[in-house]
Design a protein around this ligand. Structure first.
Ligand SMILES: [Fe+2]
Length: 182
């Protein structure tokens, strides 16, 4: 189940907000320009669905998002615990960075935590299946899928080449809890 934890950026032990209320999560995220929606598929994609079938199942929401926010393309990524690429990918995402374009992710299956560092707070959104998150360009953030990742995500881009990590050089991410599946 989706959870929002808001910490003091200076003290990860100091939790300011801890909620699983979807409306409250959306309200908190709206104040910092982060989009949060819950999507239902037009028709449920099966566990064996191809990427095209997954994109088809959510086509209405993807097209709406594209027309509202000017996004141009979408793709699907899968990550499972037995993927040998995960440790290296995890290390890359688990360091504070920004992008020149929005980071837009919809969890079709499974989940992961986005951590947003905004002024003196860190917001951890432990996302789960059916959650759409759009993190605005230039927001300091990191991501973790945990020790045993399990997620399938739709990624929506303005231009995929803009989704390059610019590391801030701040080691803040290492002070915060990693993602734990709910
Ligand atoms: Fe990122």
């Amino acid at each position: 189940m989706t959870q929002l934890l808001v910490y003091s950026a200076l003290d990860p032990e100091h939790i300011l907000i801890d909620t699983r209320d979807a409306e409250r999560i959306a309200d908190e995220l709206r104040t910092i320009g982060v989009g949060f929606e819950r999507w239902n598929p037009g028709s449920s994609p099966s566990a064996e669905a191809t990427n095209e079938e997954i994109l088809d199942a959510y086509a209405d929401d993807i097209e709406r998002l594209k027309s509202e926010r000017g996004y141009l393309t979408a793709d699907v990524i899968h990550m499972r615990a037995d993927n040998p690429a995960w440790p290296a990918l995890r290390a890359k995402f688990l360091v504070e960075h920004t992008h020149d374009e929005d980071e837009v992710r919809f969890f079709v299956v499974g989940g992961g935590s986005f951590y947003l560092h905004v002024e003196d707070r860190v917001l951890q959104i432990a996302a789960s299946a059916a959650d759409l998150l759009s993190v605005p360009a230039h927001t300091k953030h990191w991501f973790d899928g945990g020790d045993a990742p399990h997620f399938t995500c739709i990624r929506v881009f303005s231009r995929p080449e803009g989704w390059v990590a610019r590391y801030t050089g701040d080691a803040i991410a290492s002070s915060f809890p990693t993602h734990l599946p709910s």
